[in-house]
Design a protein around this ligand. Sequence first.
Ligand SMILES: [Zn+2]
Length: 284
Amino acid sequence: MKILMIGAHQDDNEFRCGAIAHKYVKLGHEVKFLSMCNGNGGHHKMTPEETSKRRYGESKAVEKLLGITYDVWDIDDCTLMADLETRFKLVRYIREFAPDIVIAHRPNDYHADHRASGQLVQDASYLLIVPHTCPEVPAMKEMPVILYNEDSFKNPAFSGDIVIDADDEIDTKLTIADLNVSQVYEWLPYTHGEEDQVPENPKERFEWLKGMNITSETTDEEIMASKSKGYAVRFAKTAARFRKELIEKYGEERGSKIRYAEAFEVCEYGTQLTEEMKKEYFPF
Ligand SMILES: [Zn+2]
């Protein structure tokens, strides 16, 4: 299979789909990440040019770690628009790769780039099979399955239609975060007013990055109540939030013990999944 993950920014795919991406690669499938924006807005000290260059390097490190292909479009951060030009650019881009699965943002989100990115995927979806639109790239014969990656916005609330156990990928996900140095140790702490809390020593800062210490004894209530912005907590919240779905999928014994998970909502505009297809497309 071919799987395409489309985020507005570098780190959107990483944090929301890093585990499933690596699981697909390990099974021999082909995975591609697209960041629609060039990342140039994500710093408070470096110039936009320096930031996008540095973030491109960080994305290439993630590409290598996961064994994927990572594309970055040269659209400035905070300027992404769901316009016709970008819609057609996306139609051509998706057709050239011809994925079986596309994972994107939901179009309701606090960030205008995320909204535009999700809207663009929706707008492109039907056009993928329309030959007279963008005739320079052959139309697809079949629509891919389209999923939304997880968010916590409530109007309407995200639905965990597909949940996967990510316990075996937590080290990979934390390493991905660690590779995004300019973001997780510089820019995001600056936006949270926590710049002075980041340890200088790489080992210590990696521990700091995880946030709260999560063990087999930690309860879902403790995880959900945690105010920590650490990445282990963030990834654990998905498992706590979708505990019912994890138990439904993996059974009480395993489902109740899963610490880390990823969750996806099925978009109504792509190929719809039968129970049979769910097993085939998500063999985890
Ligand atoms: Zn983003």
